[in-house]
Design a protein around this ligand. Structure first.
Ligand code: GTP
Ligand code: MG
Length: 584
């Protein structure tokens, strides 16, 4: 295997090379219920790079994580509970169906429990004793899912008032809490680390995401047995923040893959199927039916919208029980591959995720990104920019995609719809960087780099890790790593790009100023990263100027630019995200 042939590749923990970041905030604020206590809880959870202990354990491949999580989700049920319940009795009641491996409670339109059994059979056992409710005047559609409601037979018959069960939070900390945390941090490195820990997906939130996919898979499986619904995007690429959307991919390719092709003599058996004129029409028909099904029968699936004319058709809905905004696509394998690539980049060096989270948070704070569609930069594009910047450091912190492709062996080879998506999948075989720059320096340099980038002539390209001449005239050109003729930021207008550049310059300037005259962290004075999240001086000045001078024409110009770019041929993305919203 090529793995053995690549002599220079070693299993070396990246973080072991730098000194651990001090976490003084835990000493300052360690009372339960305080921000520090909340963050400590986050630290105990896995985050979303499933790399085992950062230092010794080999890092898992993306496909291994997906497989394990999917299997775990299939043994799990979601139960709506009475608001006050005895946890002990609840678990005892459920364990009649088999041993319970894990459970947690959370609140979302009521109290919910996520219960993971040790065996899948326990789920069937629980379903077999569960009844469909009689609803009086309304009629229930008898859909038997893994979402249950637990009722107390006689609420007043509870011996003593049960205590409230401990609930796991599924939301990011409020801006106020985050600010407090950042102000108390000891260094800018500590601030970036704190922001990451406070906002990354928790172990429980990750489990809930896989469970939600698994529940949707049950619905789709009624039509397409053996299909899989897989999460992709920031839910799994290690850059997800609590509250981000849940991107799902209905994978129909696995169907029939493993059925033994028994040929006997001259005979070969095939299913009779309906044919449609194109792959796109097949996708639209499938999503239309699944969308209808989710709308009619899917417990807790509300606000179902079928967005079938987007470049990559999708069904969007809210999953009430989990609180996730979901986008279901099919025939979107390249996006899954992008998620795997980002997962690898996120796991290669601990600075990557810290920097990406801070840049995303900074962009959100200044409305550079938005949850509604438009001319804004997306989180996906920002992540690409950070990766590119880290490839440009000396020595580089991240390898180029071409380098990762060179390390790939025969098993890693992957071509999707004619696009080369090959790269090494075993991240333990990628040599860590020799670069030891601090996060503080990197953040400052990121802003300086992009504050002075020649966007008018150059394109950002993580495949080669160097600027290239722009092949077309969009203000911002970020090459799609796999569909290399596409620009993932084609929607971004000149005025949005200018806003990004102005803010980047201002932020670099603020960090330089603070270098000279650093306030002592006192907890009540914004400094470092916290200052960068405050409303911008440049921004408010230019806003005031715009308001004074030509507000209407500026807005119309923006609108026209956005319409022009969204109506342009050859949209920038693989999955129609330009026409639909992107969570910030
Ligand atoms: P959030 O803002 O946290 O949701 O980040 P995200 O990475 O999940 O972004 P989003 O939900 O917009 O898109 C989900 C995934 O679709 C991304 O991670 C990419 O893999 C893919 N994607 C999104 N936008 C584009 C694009 O413009 N081009 C390409 N090629 N893929 C995209
Ligand atoms: Mg997303």
């Amino acid at each position: 295997m090529a793995a053995l042939g690549v002599g220079l590749l070693t299993l070396l923990p990246v973080c072991a090379r730098r000194s651990p970041v001090l976490r003084p905030i835990h000493r300052l604020l360690s009372r339960p219920g305080t921000v520090a206590a909340d963050v400590r809880r986050e630290e105990q959870s896995s985050g979303s790079v499933e790399t085992g202990s950062e230092d010794q354990t080999p890092k898992k491949r993306f496909s291994e994580v997906q497989k394990e999580r999917r299997e775990q989700a299939q043994r799990t049920v979601l139960i709506h509970c009475p608001s006050k319940i005895s946890e002990k009795k609840f678990l005892k009641y459920l364990s009649q169906h088999g041993p319970i491996h894990n459970h947690f409670f959370y609140e979302s339109f009521g109290l919910y429990a996520v219960v993971e059994f040790c065996q899948k059979e326990s789920v069937a056992s629980l379903q077999s004793v569960t009844r469909t409710p009689g609803l009086g005047t309304e009629a229930a559609i008898p859909f038997r899912s893994r979402c249950f409601s637990l009722k107390l037979r006689s609420p007043s018959g509870q011996p003593s008032e049960p205590a409230r069960v401990p609930c796991n939070s599924q939301s990011p900390p409020s801006s106020k809490k985050l600010f407090e945390l950042l102000c108390y941090a000891e260094s800018i490195d500590d601030q970036l680390d704190t922001l990451l820990k406070a906002s990354q997906l928790t172990e429980e939130n990750t489990r809930l995401r896989y469970l939600t996919c698994s529940l949707i898979e049950d619905v789709a499986g009624a039509y397409f047995p053996d299909c899989a619904v897989r999460p992709f995007g920031s839910s799994v690429n290690s850059f997800g923040k609590l509250g981000c959307d849940l991107d799902m991919f209905l994978d129909l390719d696995e169907i029939g893959k493993f059925s033994a092709h028994k040929t006997s003599g001259n005979f070969l058996m095939e299913f009779q199927v309906k044919n449609v004129p194109s792959e796109r029409i097949a996708t639209q028909k499938i999503l239309s039916v699944i969308g209808e099904c989710l709308d009619q029968f899917g417990p807790g699936c509300v606000g179902v919208q079928k967005i079938l004319n987007a470049r990559c058709p999708l069904v969007r809905f809210s999953h009430q029980a989990s609180g996730f905004q979901c986008d279901l696509t099919t025939n979107n394998r390249i996006a899954l591959k992008s998620s795997e690539l980002l997962y690898i980049y996120g796991a290669l060096d601990s600075r990557v995720r810290a920097l990406v989270f801070s840049v995303r948070c900074w962009a959100r704070a200044h409305s550079l990104t938005s949850s509604i569609p438009g001319a804004w930069i997306t989180n996906f594009s920002l992540t690409m920019m950070v990766i590119f910047f880290l490839q440009r450091r000396s020595p580089p912190i991240l390898p180029t995609l071409d380098y990762l492709e060179n390390l790939a062996d025969a098993e890693d080879k992957c071509v999707i719809e004619g696009h080369n998506c090959t790269f090494i999948r075993d991240l333990n075989r990628i040599k860590p960087s020799e670069n030891t720059e601090t996060l503080e320096l990197l953040l400052k340099e990121f802003f300086e780099y992009f504050g002075n980038f020649a966007f008018n002539k150059n394109s950002i390209n993580i495949r080669q890790g160097r600027e290239q001449n722009k092949p077309e005239s969009s203000p911002l050109h970020i090459q799609n790593p796999f569909e290399t003729s596409l620009n993932i930021s084609k929607n971004v207008t000149q005025s949005q790009l200018q806003k990004f550049v102005d803010l980047a310059r201002e932020s670099a300037w603020i960090l330089h100023q603070q270098d000279k005259d650093r306030p002592s962290p006192s907890g009540n004075q914004p400094w470092g990263l916290a200052t960068l999240l405050l409303p911008s001086v440049t921004n408010s000045l230019s806003l005031a100027k715009k308001k004074r001078k030509k507000p209407a024409s500026e807005r119309i110009k923006n609108l026209l630019e956005s319409i022009k770019s969204s109506g342009a041929e050859g949209p920038s993305d693989t999955n129609g995200k330009r026409t639909v919203s992107t969570q910030a």
